[in-house]
Unconditional design. Sequence first.
Length: 277
Amino acid sequence: MELVEACRGKFDPFDIFVALRVVGPLTESDLAPLKPCSLHLDGLSVFYGERCALSALSGTFQSGTLTAIVGPNGGGKSTLLKAIMGQVPYEGRLTLEDATPKDIAYLPQHSPVDRTFPLCVGDVVSMGLCHKGGFYQDLSYGAKDLIEAALASVNLPRSAHRFLHTLSGGQFQKVLFARLSVQNAPIILLDEPFAAVDAHTTQDLMAQITNWQAQGRTLLVVSHDMDLVRTHFSHTLILAREAVAWGPTQDVLTLDALHRANTQFCEKEPCNKRKRT
């Protein structure tokens, strides 16, 4: 923090950061059009030791759909996203159609970014450009424009030079969304992106999610806000370690299905052990 204060007003850290790394024009990968990508699950199960966190989940997240993942706490929602990202071992099959793991953008429930470190907003957003080429690649001439456009898309215009410690929680979440935008991934996973943000920020974030879907991206979003899900999400997966219901939101997101999810979760919890062979 002392370093940040000492440097304030003497130089622009984001401009220096970009100047040091920019070496060429925009590449084809920077501007590549999105390709339709689907995600297929076949008997997907996850165990933590002997305890089952996700049981025999089968189905398809179709290309271009916006799917809410809802259900009781501990029902496997975050575990599903981690399995898709390869962060936890799983049994069964997980198949990406016309995609590779590098085509997935992921925002976990808790960001590992240290907001007390003297980074500016543009630095964090630029990390999305490093996803495919690695953190040691040089940036293109158009990188700064891409970063500024991504920030404007989440209603944070002209913010690339701000330091992270000056941001509110909602503003920081918008920065993380801007980072996802420049990553330009056809599949996006969001784990409780609306937690601990105000209604105005939720509106801005939901607008960006809707925009991503309109661009043809496939989105999986963990959420506890049923009103938001009913209003904006075309599909819903109700998860209580296994799929209770999965399909168009207007058909599956019912009080009866949510009640069954909670009942099923509580009833199966004491017996939720891996069978020994």
